[in-house]
Design a protein around this ligand. Sequence first.
Ligand SMILES: [Zn+2]
Length: 237
Amino acid sequence: MDVDKQIAALQADLNAAHHITYLTGAGVSTPSHIPDYRSKNGIYNGISESPEQILSEETLFHQPAKFHHFVMENMYFPDAKPNIIHQKIATSCNKNGTLITQNVDGLDKKAGNKHVIEFHGDLYNIYCTKCHEKISYDSYKKSYLHEKDQGIIRPGIVLYGEPINEKVLTKSVEKIHDSDLVIIAGTSFVVYPFAQLLAYRQANAKIWVVNNTPVPAPKEVSTIIENAEKVFDKLYI
Ligand SMILES: [Zn+2]
């Protein structure tokens, strides 16, 4: 089937769906100029340490300057704007859907999406690890130490080795289970436990993948191998 026919088939499923769950990853934010850190040309290139090593509690607490420098240089893009994918998913979710995203950039909320589950947290939910006070991005940008108590400041994202918040996990499973349509976009879908969410789908739910490279998925999944931005641009939501 050519891509236009596939998009038409996805459109028909969208029109018929009662509750939709979207699962998204870095590929949804690359059109907003946020680099995909897991891709070959991602932000970790040229850095001798792996992302697993740097984005860990170990580095956060024992080499806080390195951690801070890394996230400021490579992860924060406060001027980034939502693109057509964020916007259309927001419109769809505000009607009858939920988004579960791996992205920590906050662009879905910026797009006005009121039903977002941030599976790996939010870069802008910044707090002091000593007193748990909320810290503004502007303060965190200046220093990783809380002036008041010298506590180390961190972003509320799930670091490598940390578990997914239990409430987030439970809510995600519920939403997948309640959906008759699941659309996976802009993710290679290999990050555990995010990739396992699909196991909780209804037996008769329609599943679509929109990604520029093939994704490991069960055979009943319909796949559109195309740039997610091009596909969402053509969808009527
Ligand atoms: Zn503090």
